[in-house]
Design a protein around this ligand. Sequence first.
Ligand SMILES: [Mn+2]
Length: 315
Amino acid sequence: MNKDVNTARESENCEAETFFGIPKCEDLDTLEASSVFIGAPCATVYGSMGAFCQNGPNALRASMVEEISLVDRYNFEIDGPIFPEGCRTAVDYGDLEWDENNFEHNRRTIRNAVSKSIEKGAVPIVVGGDDSIPIPMLDALSDSGKQFTVLQIDAHIDWRDSYMGERYGLSSSMRRASEMSHINQIIQVGMRGLGSGHESDLNEAKDWGAQIFPAHRIHREGIDQVLDCIRSDAHVVICVDVDGIDPSIVPAVIARSPGGLTYFQVIDLIQGVSQKSKIVAIDFTEFFPERDIDGLGALTVSRLIAAVMGVIARQ
Ligand SMILES: [Mn+2]
C-alpha cells in the first residue's frame, strides 16, 4: 500500500479523537477495559520550566492517526493483533484537566483517576506530562493494601530529595516512591550520562535497596538480569521516562543523552514483566513534542504504547 505523502503530512497536524481509534471512556465509573489511556499533561512543575510536556498526550494520539485502520492487523512485537478476539480492548479517557498553578489539585486528579481505574479492573496507562506524574500514580496504589515493585526506565535515577524547593517534581519521583510503605522494591534501568543527581543521591538509593542497572550494563549483558530480580507473584508498576530510550529514536526529550535503551529492549522488558508477573499500572512521561524530529519520537513512543496495550490485554 502506497501512502500519499500529502495525506500523511495533513494527518500529522490533525487532532485525533482517541489514541489508535480505541473507544472513548467518558466516565471512569462505567469503565470496562483491559487498560485505559489517561492523558496527564501536568502534575508538579518547576517554576523555570513550566508544563513543557503538556502537549505530549495529544501529539501521541495524532501520530497514530495513519495507523487506525491497521488496529486489527498482525503486530510482530506481540505475535498477533493488539487486541485478540476474546480480549477486552483499551479505552481512552482523554486528558485530565489541570492547573499550572495548583499542583496539589493536579496530583489529586491523577491519583483519583488511577485509583478508580484499578478499582474497575483496568490497568492505567498514564501518559504525561513530565516525570512528576508517577508520584500521584504510585500514591494511588496504596488504596489496594498490596505491596508493589516499581520498574523505572529512565536516563536518570530521580532520587533528589527536593529540587528548586519542590519535593514532588520530576527529579524526585523515585525518592518519593521509596518513602511509600506499599512499595517494597525499586528496579531502575537505563541510567547514563549526567543528570541533576549527586553521588550522595545514588548512594542513598542503593542504601535503600534500589537495584540499579545503568544503560551500559544493559547493552553489555542484556535484560534478563533485570527480569530475574522480579518475583513471579509481584505486582509491578512500570515508570517509563522516555529519555531512558535512545535519543536516535526518541529525540523528543528535554535533555538528550546518548546510549539509551533500544525499542526492543523496552518492549522485551515490559513483555517479560507481564509474562513473569503482572503489570498493574504504567506511565510514559517526558515526551516533549516540540523537541521531536520529523515525528520520529512520537512514532516510537506511540508504537510502544500500542504494544503495551496488547501486552496488557493478554494478561
Ligand atoms: Mn529522565
